[in-house]
Ligand binder design. Structure first.
Ligand code: SAM
Length: 366
């Protein structure tokens, strides 16, 4: 099998490597999970940069795994490649005997291999059978979704996963067409979508079928449900100092990522307590300020990067953090007490402290 290196540029590669480096370079045999191995562009760079790191690469697409295996052959003694959906990560780690990991990367969505394949049906610009399964060994195809879902179900899929405002019109056109003949090709579907959208709307927002194809792909592969389970499961497996990087390509993925990370960087203690209670403090800190966007040079070199949003976080030791914060607070409280004649107390009261803590959380979330 030939390597596909030339056709695929890993997105935000240098930034991903920079973010993962402190976690992977801190000892022998650190463990990195590439949850979306694809053509192994990111994985290869991690293995080159970290000669002692073990890589566990997951992909639900057997064709991607076969290409990755060729590309990573020279690292075979420290690579495990697994045919799995990323929400199966805990079971994969258990089977391989790795109770914890140091780094994890999610580079979501489809690969250039899948988009460019003439027979997979992911691209509205090419005529192909309506398949769209990332894992061609199981599951329902886009053809089955398009030809069997009810009008309300189709419209919901297009509206929610494609953020398509003409979802009911497109669903009606699909139902009319399938009474005439089964819809089996991506070109016919793209044509139907184009015809259902009012002419002025066709001229804005890229190809008119883009949102419908995204919606069907998400539905066929149950992408969001898998991601919602996989992110917390992967965060749970990171050691203290371990890091996660996520590259999302549409707002639904980015929203889930933000929610999973926000949950971990927030204090779970009462907001008006002056100090963090044991077990209630944040367990992660954000490494990215909001969602990081690609620079102009990145997009010019790699059009696939245009819609990327990067978020990253590091696992912290909540107890060390709690102690550190308490130590940092103590001298400040002493100084404040000295400047409050007549109070005789070093404690500025719950409200002020509560505000400090909330302020800290807001800072963390930005
Ligand atoms: C954007 S590509 C990854 C590209 C890769 N970072 C590289 O540098 O070559 C995404 C890959 O993730 C895989 N994938 C998507 N969703 C998945 C899931 N839920 N579980 C496992 N693999 C998944 C796809 O099959 C695809 O090969």
């Amino acid at each position: 099998m030939g390597e596909l290196r030339g056709t695929h540029v890993p997105v935000l590669l240098e930034r991903c490597l920079e973010l993962l480096a402190p976690a992977l370079a801190r000892g022998d045999r650190t463990v990195h999970v590439d949850a979306t191995l694809g053509l192994a562009g990111h994985a290869e760079a991690v293995l080159e940069r970290h000669p002692h790191t073990v890589l566990i690469g997951l992909d639900r697409d057997t064709e991607a795994l076969a290409h990755a295996r060729v590309r990573l052959a020279r690292f075979a003694d420290r690579v495990h490649l697994e045919h799995a959906v990323y929400d199966e990560l805990p079971e994969v780690l258990g089977r391989l005997g790795y109770p914890a990991i140091d780094g994890v990367l999610f580079d979501l969505g489809v690969s250039s291999l899948q988009l460019d394949a003439p027979d997979r049906g992911f691209a509205y610009a090419q005529d192909a059978p309506l398949d769209m399964r990332m894992d061609q060994t199981r599951g329902v195809t886009a053809e089955e979704v398009v030809n069997t879902y009810s009008h309300p179900d189709l419209a919901r899929v297009l509206r929610v996963y494609g953020e398509e405002k003409f979802a009911p019109r497109i669903a009606s056109a699909i139902l009319r067409e399938r009474e005439r003949a089964r819809i089996t090709s991506s070109a016919r579907l793209a044509e139907l979508v184009r015809e259902s959208i009012p002419a002025p709307a066709r001229r804005t927002g890229g190809h008119p079928a883009k949102r419908t194809f995204q919606a069907l792909r998400i539905e066929v592969n149950r992408e969001l449900a898998a991601l919602e389970t996989a992110l917390p499961a992967a965060l749970d497996k990171l050691t203290v100092g371990g890091r996660m990087v996520v590259l999302s390509y549409h707002s639904l993925e980015d929203r889930l990522t933000k929610a999973a990370l926000t949950d971990r960087v927030r204090s779970k203690g009462p907001v008006d307590l002056p100090v963090e209670l044991p077990g209630s403090g944040p367990t992660f800190r954000l490494l990215s300020r909001g969602a990081e966007l690609p620079g102009e040079a990145e997009v010019a070199a790699n059009p696939r990067a245009a819609s990327v949003r990067l978020r990253a976080a590091e696992r912290i030791d909540p107890e060390a953090e709690r102690q550190g914060r308490a130590d940092r607070e103590r001298p400040r409280r002493r100084v404040r007490a000295m400047h409050q004649p007549g109070t005789g107390s070093a404690d500025p009261g719950p409200t002020a402290q509560g505000r400090t803590k909330r302020g800290r959380e807001e800072e963390d979330e930005r």
